[in-house]
Design a protein around this ligand. Structure first.
Ligand code: PEP
Length: 254
C-alpha cells in the first residue's frame, strides 16, 4: 500500500472576520519557510471569506474548503449555499455531516450522503464527518454507530480522490477531552475495514481518515502517530496560525 499523504484541515466554524485573512496568510508563510512539513493543509472559513482566502492563498500550500453545502445546485433555499457556489468561490473541498450540522439542523445520514454527491457533482472533495456521542460511547456503541454512519453517509461513488473521512467523537469537540490513542486506533481500523464494503478494498486502503476533536499542538504528535490516522480536522486550534502550524509540525520529516 502506498503511503497516504496526511491532511490537516482547519474548520473555522462561525469565526472569522475580514481581518482573519491575515492568519491564513501567516500559516501559508510558515509552510513556505518550513518545507520539511510533509502534510497538506486546508482552511474551511465562513463562506464570506472563501474568495478572499482562495485569492490570497493561490500558489501556497494551503487549500480552501467550505463548511457545508446544500444537496442541489441552485434554487429557492434562502441562506443555503450549493457546492457549485463554493467551487465558483475558490473552494476545493467541503465538510459535510459535521456533528454540529447533524445536531443543529437535524441532518440525517441520507442528507449527508446527498451532500457528498453534490460535492462530487461540483468537483469538490467531500470531507464526511462521523462520530459517536458521549452516551453512545458509554453504552459501548461507538463502533456500531460509526459503522452505521459510514454506511448511510458515504456514497458508493466515493473514492480516495473525492472523499476524506473525519472521525470526530462528539464529546471530544471543543471540550479539551480526547480519546486515548488506543481508542482512536480501534475506531480508525474499524472504519478502514467498514469502508471496504462501501467503496472497495483499493479505495478504502487509500482514503484519508482524519481524527478530529480537541487536537492541539500538545497532543498532535501522539494522535497523528496512530495507525490509520492520516491527519486531523481541527476546530479551535486552527484559528491561530501558530497553533495550526504547531499541529502540522507533527508531520515534520525525519
Ligand atoms: C471540529 O469541530 O471539527 C473540531 C474538531 O473542533 P475542536 O478542534 O475545537 O475540538
Amino acid at each position: 500500500m502506498t503511503a497516504i499523504r496526511p491532511l490537516v484541515a482547519g474548520n473555522w466554524k462561525m469565526n472569522g472576520l475580514l481581518s482573519s485573512v491575515s492568519e491564513a496568510a501567516a500559516l501559508a508563510e510558515l509552510l513556505r519557510s518550513n518545507d520539511e512539513i510533509e502534510a497538506d493543509a486546508m482552511i474551511c472559513p465562513p463562506a464570506t471569506l472563501i474568495p478572499l482566502l482562495a485569492e490570497r492563498l493561490t500558489g501556497s500550500r494551503v487549500a480552501v474548503g467550505g463548511q457545508d453545502c446544500h444537496q442541489i445546485e441552485s434554487g429557492a433555499h434562502t441562506g443555503d449555499i450549493s457546492a457549485e457556489i463554493l467551487a465558483d468561490a475558490g473552494a476545493s473541498a467541503v465538510i459535510v455531516g459535521h456533528s454540529e450540522r447533524r445536531a443543529d439542523h437535524g441532518e440525517s445520514d441520507a442528507t449527508v450522503n446527498a451532500k457528498a454527491l453534490a460535492a462530487y457533482r461540483a468537483g469538490l472533495v467531500a470531507i464526511i464527518c462521523v462520530g459517536e456521542t458521549d452516551a453512545q460511547r458509554d453504552a459501548g456503541e461507538t463502533l456500531d454507530i460509526v459503522a452505521g454512519q459510514l454506511r448511510g453517509s458515504v456514497p458508493a461513488a466515493a473514492g480516495a480522490g473525492n472523499t476524506i473521512i473525519a472521525y470526530e467523537p462528539v464529546w471530544a469537540i471543543g471540550t479539551g477531552r480526547t480519546p486515548t490513542a488506543d481508542d482512536v486506533a480501534e475506531v480508525h481500523n474499524h472504519m478502514r475495514t467498514q469502508l471496504i464494503a462501501i467503496v472497495g478494498d483499493g479505495e478504502s486502503s487509500a482514503m484519508r481518515l482524519l481524527y478530529g476533536g480537541s487536537v492541539k499542538p500538545s497532543n498532535a504528535t501522539e494522535l497523528m502517530a496512530v495507525e490509520n490516522v492520516n491527519g486531523a480536522l481541527v476546530g479551535g486550534a486552527s484559528l491561530k496560525a501558530d497553533d495550526f502550524f504547531g499541529i502540522l509540525s507533527a508531520y515534520t520529516a525525519g
